[in-house]
Design a protein. Sequence first.
Lengths: 161, 286
Amino acid sequence: MRYRAPFVLAASAAGLAGILSYHTHGTTLAVGSQSPAGGAGKRSAGSGAATTTPPATTAPDHTTPSSTAAANQTVTGPTVQYGYGQLAVRVTVSGGRITDVSVPVLQVAEYTSQYIAQQAIPMLKGQVLSAQSAKIQGVSGATYTSQAYDQSLQSALTRVK
Amino acid sequence: MTVRRLPTGPDTAPADPGPEQARPRVHVEHVMGTAVVLTVHGAHDGPEVGDALAGACRMLHDADEVFSTWNPSSPMTRLRRGEARLDQLDPRAAEQISEVLELCRQACSLTEGWFDPWALPGGVDPTGLVKGWAIERALAVLDARGLTAMVNGGGDIAWCGQPPDGGWRLGIRHPWVADGLACVVVGDGVRRAIATSAGYERGAHFVDPFTGEHTMGALASGTVAGPDLAVADALATALVVGGRPVLDAIRRLPDARGGGRYEAYAIGPAGEEWATKGFPFAEAQP
């Protein structure tokens, strides 16, 4: 029995047209149950992708239970060592929920050691020396080790009043 | 090819957070061995957002269950080890694997072999594309609810919906300055994904597809911005391993139907920078 992917990527003679126009569709769950899409869209769903929703459970947010939590606290968690280096997570909590997370410390030991030893860190033309000032919604550039990230984040959250 | 400059003025003061309802809602999900940050923008406090986030997270875990090469019994592991044929796997897993492998074939061709899951030890390994693919599927759940959202799996980010005030702005991590950015990039509804691959992530974890040897890559960091994160993920992986030939291959790509195209930015190990002509550098900090 042959299985064919539902979204066959049409290839031109050069083989590129399919992938260049490709948009990932979020439809079929391979495992687990599917239920009909729920909730009215607030605008038209461009790609027409159907949603699958699990039984109604809320995502387990790492929020503080206190309803009197102070507004807009930012705490940086401890620097956690892991196999390749170290990282620390900074979290902002406001009104009892996380409104921002970032990773202000990320050092991969074997990658940076040569530069530190030589004291010759290359400068880049457009560089911004503090990610905090750049008014961005996210940073592209590192796949964090989950355990280390969680350790630093959870520790930071315990310090949020 | 020019690299546009971003003025580096004095740090601005942190922005006023604004009314409570306007603050984003952030959820961190541990999946695929990393921490994926899902952010919903706008005034959303109701349970439907929690439902949407749970659905998005289910997509991430689903992809992890199918594709994890760390899990000896995942469908992908069984396939790559020759323990099962595609038609012997769970049908829905087989469908997803087929789709991903077809994408991988085309990405391999497009990068002239610098992205080659079949050249990796242990059997075909689509990991260099799966994270982006999984994130897109998770984002699609949020998108279908009409939410303005961003899903950030470390190096790989995709977004949807109405851009926040000032537009979508993403930083590319500086390879050597902690908490620094190499540059800021702008996004919109067509250019809605960005993937960065870098040697600093996990040391020498790349494989040169032509020699089979482990390598830290030709570049310190390679970034691809474009319409789809699965594709951007594969291109960025190829870019950091291959360097200049991949940048040139990306430069030669035609525009996609619908107007989007993939653009690239590369940082060399000594701080050299290259970018395709249309790479979406931000013009200036606000």
